[in-house]
Design a protein around this ligand. Structure first.
Ligand code: DC
Length: 239
């Protein structure tokens, strides 16, 4: 079957990654978590004195952008890709509250977005990719054959994130997480470059009341339907 591009966008902590990873694994596609790339740049910024208290030295980051190399390597234990920053596995560190609290301002910088979008497009040039993020269906792969836009209430998303951190043994406050979720939603939707928007041809999924298994099943159905639709229109063209 001809490989396609699958773009999954939506709000933070919506379970996009979980279902995207699973679908990619199931159908033998590459999976890329584009949020992990912005998180890796944020970790770099934290470790290289880009943040000074509440301020950010964006010029220093701009000068150092070429020194930031992000890659993904399959973790044989989890069967999923881990994020590497300049050759070092940073998968656990990029999920910390410290990175979560600082990532939105980094993701608003147009030179950061430009660099990340170029890398993402290069990763998807041969199709056969599932990528999740905020601007995948609108900016990175506007011609993706399947686009999904995922949403859920902020309270439900905060609770999911809280449970995730607790399970990892991290200290977390539900109120703090809810504030962070709302703040990130606002910044994601209001930034000048590539704000979070549902692409006109994206299918909307509100997963507030769906289990992970239900979401995965729904996504697989959308994929199969898209393949059937493409096969039918290819047949029509040759007829
Ligand atoms: O999906 P996430 O929470 O790991 O994303 C981290 C941050 O990166 C979030 O603030 C939004 C931003 N992001 C983005 O601006 N564009 C993307 N394609 C993916 C993530």
């Amino acid at each position: 079957m001809k490989k396609i591009t699958i773009a999954i966008d939506g709000f933070s902590s919506c379970g996009k990654s979980t279902m995207a990873k699973d679908l990619a694994h199931d159908i033998g596609y590459i999976y890329i978590d584009s949020g992990a790339m912005y998180r890796a740049v944020t970790l770099y910024a934290l470790e290289h004195g880009i943040f000074k208290g509440e301020d950010m030295d964006a010029e220093k980051l701009r000068e150092e952008m070429d020194d930031i190399r992000i890659s993904f390597r399959l973790n044989p234990e989890t069967g999923r890709p881990d994020t590497y920053l300049n050759g070092v596995n940073v998968e656990a560190r990029i999920r910390s509250m410290e990175v979560s609290a600082r990532v939105s301002p980094i993701a608003t910088l147009d030179f950061v977005r430009k660099a990340m979008v170029a890398q993402q497009q290069a990763m998807g040039k041969d199709k056969g990719i599932v990528m999740d993020g905020r601007d995948i269906g609108t900016t990175v792969f506007p011609d993706a054959e399947l686009k999904i836009f995922v949403t859920a209430s902020p309270e439900i998303r905060a609770k999911r994130r809280y449970d995730e951190l607790k399970a990892k043994g991290e200290d977390a406050s539900l109120d703090e997480i809810l504030d962070n979720v709302k703040q990130r939603d606002y910044i994601d939707q209001h930034r000048a470059t590539s704000p979070l928007r549902q692409a006109p041809d994206a299918i909307l999924l509100d997963n507030s009341h769906l289990t992970i298994a239900q979401q995965k099943k729904w996504l697989k159905e959308q994929y199969l339907r898209t393949c059937e639709r493409l096969a039918a229109s290819a047949q029509e063209e040759t007829a």
